[in-house]
Ligand binder design. Structure first.
Ligand SMILES: CC(C)(COP(=O)(O)OP(=O)(O)OC[C@H]1O[C@@H](n2cnc3c(N)ncnc32)[C@H](O)[C@@H]1OP(=O)(O)O)[C@@H](O)C(=O)NCCC(=O)NCCS
Length: 222
């Protein structure tokens, strides 16, 4: 048993989180589905220039890696990692349409109980608080049902939008990792920011709602 969960079952997985209303729309996060391939590919191919500057270098061309046919491999890898308790992979929907991903990876339990979080949001859904809302839902879930204690994010110093997302969520600066990750074809420095459960006793969603940055819609009303 781990955190009261039967062995072989990943605490906190699968999960569907939200909704949370922000200026960009109604944000939900859920497990990836095989049928997400077409929408995922359409957004990723369209947003190549905007996304690839920030994403880890990988084999093959962008078109190959992000074709609809590539989703089967992506989806089955994400699902396998989630089932083994190593990852919590989510897609973000805005007003019901796929608009990005939030992934919690490298889940380590025992005395560490830590993981990293990463995200991307479609260019036409950006700037409206979507990434902030999605990350808040996921971090709260990690510190609740998933039983983690620490979440870290590593970001290139040039990535102003992502650093702003983390600042809005209250992530603390922990240091600079030199030549940490191969991004867009070169080893890039990354700033490391983190949160532990003690930083947010009442949760990130609650903090956003209290600050007037997000609203929990009343389901079933009207
Ligand atoms: C980073 C990313 C996820 C942000 O998504 P988003 O939904 O636009 O995020 P939010 O709307 O919640 O917050 C973005 C904030 O950055 C600000 N911002 C965006 N671009 C900016 C810029 N060039 N200069 C200053 N601020 C900027 C926005 O104004 C907003 O802050 P505000 O709410 O105080 O106005 C999205 O831009 C993205 O997918 N980028 C490419 C992939 C990536 O960088 N992933 C993260 C890797 S660490």
């Amino acid at each position: 048993m781990a955190n009261g969960q039967p062995i072989g079952r990943h605490p906190g997985w699968p999960a569907r989180l939200g909704p949370l209303t922000v200026p960009g729309g109604v944000v939900e996060v859920r497990a990836p589905r095989l049928l997400d391939g077409r929408a995922w590919s359409r957004v990723r191919l369209r947003d190549q220039a905007y996304l690839q500057e920030w994403e880890p270098t990988a084999p093959g061309t962008w078109a190959e890696r992000n074709a609809t046919s590539a989703w089967l491999g992506q989806w089955s890898t994400l699902r396998a990692l989630a089932r083994r308790g190593m990852s919590l992979p989510f897609v973000i929907t805005v007003d019901g349409r796929l608009a990005g991903q939030v992934t919690v990876g490298n889940v380590v339990r025992g005395a560490l109980c830590s993981a990293w979080v990463g995200y991307w949001v479609a260019s036409d859904a950006g700037g409206g608080g979507v990434a902030t809302a999605a990350a808040a839902l996921v971090v709260d879930h990690c510190f609740g049902p998933a039983g983690l204690h620490r979440i870290e994010a590593t970001v290139r110093p040039e990535n102003i939008a992502s650093l702003r997302v983390l600042a809005k969520l209250g992530f603390r600066e922990e240091g600079l990792f030199r030549r940490y990750l191969d991004v867009a074809g070169a080893w890039r420095d990354h700033r490391c920011l983190a949160l532990t459960t003690e930083d947010i006793p009442t949760g990130l969603v609650n903090r956003l709602v209290t600050a007037g940055k997000a609203v929990i819609p009343q389901l079933g009303s009207g």
